[in-house]
Design a protein around this ligand. Structure first.
Ligand code: NAD
Length: 472
């Protein structure tokens, strides 16, 4: 199967990339090159932004029902590609196929379905005294996305932007661009007006910076690392462009003394290791009451032993490789430093057996981690769980909040009022009590250095709208 792609999607058509430079796409489980995509330039971004700008007035003025109908057709075209999407994510990212089907392909379809409905019924005008308050689309959106949930992160930007009446230029991660191409096959099939949605692939420093710095991009919607988010903010600040940022995390899973420990640890380990730990919301710090600490460590070691590493396409595999050799090496360095800083190895670690090839890291649990140490403070982005003990609720909250991040978290207690009290004290954008399910309509985003703004549901839509007051 030839997976190479040679075009950008500009102004409603596939257009051959002129430059000749390409970016190789790897299979992280085999380390082989499986495809190449064009490496865009600032000139390609120029064409894409011009197309999006020209399409903006028509799309902004389109009837909400027409925008909803386009998104509905996109939903149908994507649904028809579910298997292909899951297989492509398994290939270019290494997510086990079962998880790729349920989460990587399934979640974006749920998110998109929600925005079909929100597009059809946009927020109503409001009256405040003598003012009519109306909402209007922000304009041209530059969307820049990472590799760890390559379809979800794109859909979480594209769908609300389009529902709001904005037009879009997307740059997906250069590590996982093939999934974005499948999305744009579906975009083409859905028949959006030319210029409403555009795709330019390539690297962050070239294509990403050209988008972030472009004077005609009204809003940059970015998901990725905090360092890149900072850079994008600087570029956008020069022209006071809006920025929404979904960045890193170091989320705490707080297990109170009265919790169902077996459930808390099992779900907590599963959350920390989902997608090989390459999940921004991962609960990478397990905080356990000191009286139940040893029991929790035994449970965590037992749960970790069940994570079989291997080929993402093998149904028995529960943990795939990391996305790249660089990412694997970074994670190994974090583990070594965590142990050197006084952490105690409970499972996995540098000497655990690994498959012969592929960018694998053994699922690893490290206990007695100092809350101020690098392992407790830095985002690892691999299957590594740091465990710490606390003595009372106040100490648990203080350790949980001892982070420059604030994206997600969890609390476990038999007393849901008590759990809610602790959840309210956590300085983070989301908290799950007793393993409550993910809600794709709830606002998603971070406090502190985890980001600015919210995605998903009506809060996500609001990011793409301006507010105008008309006095009468
Ligand atoms: P990254 O910041 O390296 O790259 C993200 C995107 O930004 C890519 O498309 C990349 O090409 C582009 N980019 C890189 N440098 C750029 C520059 N100078 N200007 C413009 N664009 C540039 O992040 P990553 O390694 O792809 O993703 C991992 C990070 O993303 C982790 O820190 C993770 O926590 C975070 N993340 C956050 C969320 C969230 O919703 N909060 C979700 C997923 C991932």
């Amino acid at each position: 199967m030839d997976l190479a792609r040679t075009d950008f999607y500009l102004d409603g058509a596939w257009v051959a990339a002129g430059g000749g430079e390409t970016v190789a796409v790897h299979n992280p489980a085999t380390e082989e090159v499986v495809a190449a995509v064009p490496a865009g330039t600032a000139a390609d971004v120029e064409r894409a932004v011009a197309a999006a700008r020209a399409a903006f007035p028509g799309w902004a003025d389109a009837a909400p029902a027409d925008r909803a109908a386009c998104l509905d057709r996109l939903h149908a075209a994507l649904t028809a590609r579910t298997d292909e999407i899951a297989r492509t994510v398994a290939l270019e990212l290494g997510t086990p196929l079962r998880v790729a089907t349920r989460v990587q392909a399934g979640l974006p379809l749920t998110v998109l379905r929600g925005y079909v409905e929100l597009a059809a019924a946009p927020p109503a005008d409001e009256t405040i005294g003598n003012s009519l308050v109306v909402r209007e689309p922000v304009g041209v959106v530059g969307a820049i996305t990472p590799w760890n949930y390559p379809l979800h992160q794109v859909v979480a930007k594209l769908a609300p932007a389009l529902a709001a009446g904005c037009t879009v230029v997307l740059k997906p991660s250069e590590l996982t661009p093939l999934t974005a191409y499948l999305l744009f096959d579906a975009v083409h099939e859905a028949g959006f007006p030319p210029g409403v949605v555009n795709l330019v692939t390539g690297t962050g420093p070239v294509v990403g910076e050209a988008i972030a710095a472009h004077p005609d991009v009204d809003l940059v919607s970015f998901t990725g690392s905090t360092a890149t988010g900072r850079r994008i903010s600087h570029l956008a600040a020069d022209r006071i462009a809006r920025v929404t940022l979904e960045l890193g995390g170091k989320s705490a899973n707080v297990v109170l003394d009265d919790a169902d420990l077996a459930a808390a640890v099992k779900v907590g380990v599963g959350n920390a290791f989902l997608n090989s730990g390459q999940t921004c919301t991962a609960w990478t710090r397990l905080l356990v009451h000191h009286e139940r600490y040893d029991e929790a460590l035994a449970l965590a070691a037992g749960a970790t032993a069940g994570y079989r590493l291997g080929d993402p396409f093998d149904p028995a595999t529960r943990l795939g490789p990391l996305v790249s050799a660089a990412q694997r090496d970074r994670v190994h360095e974090h583990v070594a430093r965590g142990l050197a800083d006084g952490g105690r190895l409970v499972a996995g670690g540098p000497d655990a057996p690994l498959p012969d090839r592929g960018h694998f890291v053994a699922p690893t649990v490290i206990a007695d981690v100092d809350p101020d140490s690098a392992l407790a403070q830095e985002e690892v982005f691999g299957p590594v769980l740091a465990v710490m003990a606390f003595h009372d609720e106040d100490e648990a909250v203080s350790i949980a909040n001892n982070s420059r991040y604030g994206l997600a978290g969890a609390v476990w207690s038999a007393d849901t009022d008590r759990a809610l009290r602790v959840a309210r004290r956590m300085r983070t954008g989301a908290v799950d009590i007793n393993g409550a399910p993910f809600n794709p309509l709830a606002p998603f985003g971070g406090y502190k250095q985890s980001g600015l703004g919210r995605e998903l549901g009506r809060h996500g839509l609001a990011e793409f709208l301006q507010v105008k007051a008309i006095q009468r």
